[in-house]
Write a protein that binds this ligand. Structure first.
Ligand SMILES: Cc1cc2nc3c(=O)[nH]c(=O)nc-3n(C[C@H](O)[C@H](O)[C@H](O)COP(=O)(O)OP(=O)(O)OC[C@H]3O[C@@H](n4cnc5c(N)ncnc54)[C@H](O)[C@@H]3O)c2cc1C
Ligand SMILES: NC(=O)c1ccc[n+]([C@@H]2O[C@H](COP(=O)([O-])OP(=O)(O)OC[C@H]3O[C@@H](n4cnc5c(N)ncnc54)[C@H](OP(=O)(O)O)[C@@H]3O)[C@@H](O)[C@H]2O)c1
Ligand SMILES: Cc1cc2nc3c(=O)[nH]c(=O)nc-3n(C[C@H](O)[C@H](O)[C@H](O)COP(=O)(O)O)c2cc1C
Length: 575
């Protein structure tokens, strides 16, 4: 039996019609070989299920697909929908609803979920959604203060409008597989599905373990990363820069890993050897001791180098060491905690280390087009270095790549597909790209892609960084693309070359008339880079440009931008 929607989302049917048709077709496909063409009893019993996803970088979307597969096995006719395509008014037609959403910004929904989120929050309490049975899976990261906030909001506001929560929400941290599988099992079991079986998810892992990013069937994924040879690590800044951005190249030959411009690469980092030694000393150990880990028995030094996060301490460690509440915010990293409260010997090393967080891969926007660099993948990585409490600190992955990856020879990598961030399928459509600092990364890939496909569409890049002399990343390449006519327009904003700050949005506002004209010609608008300040200010500038150059009120400009988003002509890859 087919387990994914048989009627595509693009087909001209309402969600109810699509669910019914999917059930009908699934019934036909499930008939016995040689059987009649009448609908089988199984088809009549299929229960419609809508799986909504709100995703910024594709994880929720990938889990929605896995949920649909599992639901299909249990007798549901599942339809997957991007939450961007659904309004509050349409929700009552989705009688069985699973919502999987991530959280971005400071507790905000992903871009695609903003419209429904705002509409739900603005709606007064009512019984409007009384016909909806639902459950929410919220993806997040406990490093953020507003953990899983978007999922929490959706959950409480669906209930406020009368929807019936059939299974409790789960809030998933970065290691989401087990929580997701458990939630799916319980949520599917809670819907009254006449065709449902009592089968548990096919295996502890199969619902989630196919994992994000192995859609090309290479066999390599987050769970099973490819040990990619490191070909190049080259500093893109000139001497005297306050920044350190590295161009990193990996060899993918023979891996079967494939990616598209717009995707991200997951990199498995290793901790800095000096920091590992400091933690071993603080634990009163020598590093050779064998400890038990989820990866098996390992020497302490190897376990700390490869598997444990020595950055932000987990609450479990603070609790185990009875760190007073008022002191916790002053202890930034694991080493600070261990030095403040040296661990006692009443617990084993295994017990202490089990209080550390698991070391997670980091994502990087891919800065190469596979068409321009077959068999390779390139990244543009800003080294994170700062000082807290008088001690120099280093970002784990960015400095692993900067300092040790080349000598180490390989790094574990996997492709994290990001379908919501792609150059226009219409090669003639104009592109406007705003990518200061490392935000340039995907736009190097987009421009390479446009060159490789002889795309006739115009391309406009806004780039900025601190100083032209030292921080004009990929200067030669960009100038060559401009000379070749591929980069139609390049607007630069070097913030520290003059007294007043000049940012990419300053350039956008100066070019408002032309920018609006490009949008009117069907241009796609892309933003990549810093989420906390730049992306918000660029969004505000875009509103201003549309108001000023388009002669629109604030409300009309907001509606114009909403329409751009709905048409997928405003895409962001921000972090
Ligand atoms: C989809 C996506 C795409 C991305 N693309 C890119 C890219 O193309 N290029 C790129 O360079 N990065 C990119 N990033 C960011 C990247 O994933 C890592 O977050 C980044 O490299 C830092 O990781 P790290 O392991 O070096 O630092 P970590 O060890 O994770 O340390 C970072 C943490 O250090 C702390 N910190 C940092 N600076 C300071 C400070 N000044 N004071 C106090 N604390 C501080 C903060 O808590 C911060 O979260 C992307 C992220 C995402 C989600
Ligand atoms: N979430 C994460 O895990 C993570 C990890 C690493 C980096 N980041 C973010 O990614 C960003 C990218 O770092 P980067 O070094 O490549 O570039 P960056 O810090 O964004 O700097 C690039 C340029 O943008 C300017 N800028 C500063 N504030 C701006 C604003 N509000 N609007 C527009 N431009 C602004 C900078 O100017 P000035 O510096 O002169 O003000 C600089 O000229 C970092 O700022 C960081 O916030 C996030
Ligand atoms: C810039 C940025 C901001 C984030 N903000 C939050 C947050 O406020 N709260 C939270 O719980 N998770 C936060 N996250 C973590 C994401 O929700 C998490 O990585 C999720 O798995 C992403 O799923 P997606 O790929 O479907 O968007 C943030 C991640 C990024 C990169």
């Amino acid at each position: 039996m087919s387990t994914v929607p048989l009627i595509p989302e693009s087909a001209p049917f309402s969600p109810e019609q699509r669910a019914w048709l999917n059930g009908f077709l699934a019934g036909i496909f499930s008939r016995a070989p040689g059987g009649t063409t009448s609908v089988s009893p199984a088809a009549a019993a299929l229960t419609p299920l809508t799986i909504l996803f709100g995703s910024q970088t594709g994880t929720s979307e990938s889990l929605a697909k896995q949920a649909a597969k599992e639901a299909g096995k249990r007798g549901f006719a599942a339809t997957i929908l991007d939450v961007a395509t659904v309004t509050v008014e349409q929700l009552p037609s989705h009688s069985n609803l699973l919502l999987i959403t991530s959280t971005y910004g400071d507790g905000e929904p992903p871009d695609s979920a903003k419209a429904l989120h705002s509409a739900l929050l603005a709606a007064p309490a009512s019984g409007q959604l009384a016909a909806v049975n639902y459950s929410v899976c919220s993806l997040g990261d406990t490093n953020y203060t507003l953990f899983c906030q978007a999922g929490k909001d959706f959950d409480s506001h669906l209930e406020k409008l009368g929807a019936k929560r059939v299974s409790p929400r789960v809030d998933c941290d970065v290691d989401y597989e087990a929580a997701f599988t458990g939630w799916l099992d319980s949520a599917l079991g809670s819907f009254s599905s006449a065709g449902a079986t009592t089968t548990a998810p096919s295996s502890g892992g199969s619902t989630a373990a196919a994992g994000h990013g192995d859609e090309h069937g290479s066999g390599y994924s987050k769970k099973n990363p490819f040990p990619a040879p490191v070909l190049t690590v080259r500093n893109l800044n000139a001497a005297g820069s306050a920044k350190e951005v590295n161009h990193v190249e990996f060899d993918l030959a023979g891996s079967g890993l494939a990616y598209e411009a717009g995707d991200a690469l997951g990199v498995i980092p290793q901790n800095c050897p000096e920091l590992v030694s400091a933690v071993i000393a603080a634990l009163g150990a020598d590093g050779e001791e064998a400890i038990s880990t989820p990866e098996g028995e390992l020497p302490l030094r190897k376990a700390l180098t490869q598997h444990y996060d020595l950055g932000k301490p987990a609450p479990a460690l603070l609790d185990a060491l009875a760190i007073p509440a008022e002191t916790r915010s002053t202890l930034h990293h694991v080493i600070d905690v261990l030095r403040f409260a040296p661990p006692s010997t009443d617990k084993s090393l295994t017990q202490w280390v089990s209080c550390f967080r698991k070391l997670q891969p980091r994502l990087y926007s891919i800065s190469s087009s596979p068409k321009a660099h077959p068999g390779q993948v390139h990244l543009t990585v800003g080294a994170v270095r700062y000082e807290v409490g008088g001690l120099a600190r280093k970002g784990v992955c960015s400095t692993f790549l900067a300092e040790r990856a080349l000598a180490h020879g390989t790094a574990g990598v996997f492709v994290h597909s990001n379908k919501a961030f792609r150059p226009p399928a219409d090669l003639a459509a104009p592109m406007i790209m705003v990518g200061p600092g490392t935000g340039i990364a995907p736009f190097r890939a987009f421009l390479e892609e446009r060159a490789a496909t002889n795309a006739p569409g115009k391309n406009w890049l806004f780039f900025g960084d601190q100083k032209a002399a030292t921080d004009f990343l990929y200067r030669e390449e960009l100038e060559a693309l401009k000379s070749a006519g591929i980069l139609t327009r390049l607007d630069l904003a070097f913030s520290r070359d003059q007294k007043e700050k000049v940012y990419v949005q300053t350039r956008m506002e100066s070019a408002a008339t032309e920018l609006f004209a490009w949008l009117e010609q069907g241009a796609y608008f892309y933003v990549c880079g810093d989420a906390s300040r730049m992306a918000k200010d660029v969004d505000a500038a875009l509103h201003k440009v549309i108001e000023l150059a388009g002669g629109k009120t604030a409300g009309e400009a907001a509606a114009y931008i909403q329409a751009l988003k709905a048409a997928k002509r405003y895409q962001r890859d921000v972090y």
